[in-house]
Write a protein that binds this ligand. Structure first.
Ligand SMILES: *Cc1c(COP(=O)(O)O)cnc(C)c1O
Length: 336
């Protein structure tokens, strides 16, 4: 048996999703004529209480477009030091937008208004102009830690008072919503922009949407074209996204339940030094021996995972990890 716990991006389209893709009505999206893309963009915007959306090939592209939309060259943005936009998007903040980054030390990637406020630069020609705060929910490098809306509200209020834009990297925002019970439509009241990945836990093969007000999305279409992301009959992919939003959101609770089962087993495993408390579908744990050695032992039993540090391993639960796979991992952990 093979169990792939490396990432929630490894999922394959389900038969229902493939059927939706094959029967999609498509057109040229650069002309705005792909009705399935238009439907996905409207649907996602409505879910989050935003005016409009733009469908893009990746979450990196939606985040980078958002940063470009919300800043001018020489500006500065504020984010946690674990932020995906800073660590895992190839330095794109500086390259694409000519913007510098002020990093905070949050707890598992979660930052507060009190932490942000002193880092907002005063108006002075020596200082870059602070124009954007970016949050991540859930936090990838925080091990799936999440913000509640009540934690977001004071940050949104601060941003409004200081005329800063607030962007959400919501690659796994539905995992956060399932965990917290907050309503997606309320996010539109607090964020200027939201990026949502359809290709992570939702199980679509490709794609993310960037959501904002109409004027921002109009400009985002120009930026997406410049980034080489203007695509044509993308409706085949948008159909997978629509299917994912309709069928794969509620089931994320299964991934969370599986993560809790594995968390318990890992805590009892002699090869495991400690497990970061599980909040959603990601598990980060520290190993007694070097992580590479433990990964080899797991691989010998068909379990694929990845090391995020010399003594740290990440397990990710997703659509293609079923109860029998979890059973297999439990058995292997007991034997280690
Ligand atoms: C995966 C991910 C993204 C986007 O990644 P792509 O591979 O470019 O789609 C953005 N932010 C976070 C937190 C992610 O985990």
């Amino acid at each position: 048996m093979t169990v792939d716990l490396r990432s929630d991006t490894v999922t394959k389209p389900t038969p229902g999703m493939l059927e939706a893709m094959f029967s999609a009505r498509v057109g040229d999206d650069v002309f705005g004529e792909d009705e399935t893309v238009n439907k996905l963009e409207d649907k996602a915007a409505r879910i989050f209480g935003m005016e409009a959306g733009i469908f893009c090939p990746s979450g990196t592209m939606t985040n980078q477009i958002a940063i470009k939309c919300f800043t001018q060259p020489l500006d500065e943005l504020i984010a946690d030091q674990t932020a995906h936009i800073y660590r895992y998007e190839g330095g794109g903040i500086a390259f694409n937008s000519g913007v510098s980054t002020r990093l905070l030390n949050g707890y598992r990637g979660i930052i507060t208004a009190e932490m942000i406020e002193p880092e907002i630069n005063a108006e002075n020609i020596h200082f870059p102009h602070t124009s954007l705060v970016a949050l991540e929910n859930t936090v990838n490098k925080g091990g799936g830690s999440c913000y509640t809306l009540d934690q977001i509200k004071p940050i949104a209020a601060l941003c409004k008072a200081k005329s800063l834009k607030l962007h959400l990297d919501g690659a796994r925002v539905f995992n956060a919503l399932i965990k917290t019970g907050d309503k997606a439509e309320d996010y539109g009241k607090y964020f200027d922009g939201v990026s949502v990945c359809l290709s992570k836990g939702l199980g679509a093969p490709v794609g993310s949407v960037f959501l904002a007000d109409k004027q921002t999305i109009k400009y985002a279409r120009r930026i997406r074209k410049v980034f080489g992301g203007g695509w044509r009959q993308a409706g085949f992919l948008a159909a997978a996204g629509i299917y994912a939003l309709d069928h794969h959101v509620d089931r994320l609770s299964i991934d969370h339940a599986h993560a809790h089962i594995l968390e318990e087993a890992l805590a009892k495993c002699p090869s495991v030094a400690s497990v970061l408390p599980v909040e959603t579908n990601l598990i980060l744990f520290d190993t007694v021996e070097p992580a590479a050695l433990l990964l080899d032992k797991l691989a010998a039993h068909g379990i694929k995972a990845s090391a995020t540090d010399k003594h740290r391993i990440r397990f990710v639960l997703h659509l293609d990890v079923h109860a029998e796979h979890v059973e297999h991992v439990l058995k292997v952990l007991k034997s280690l």
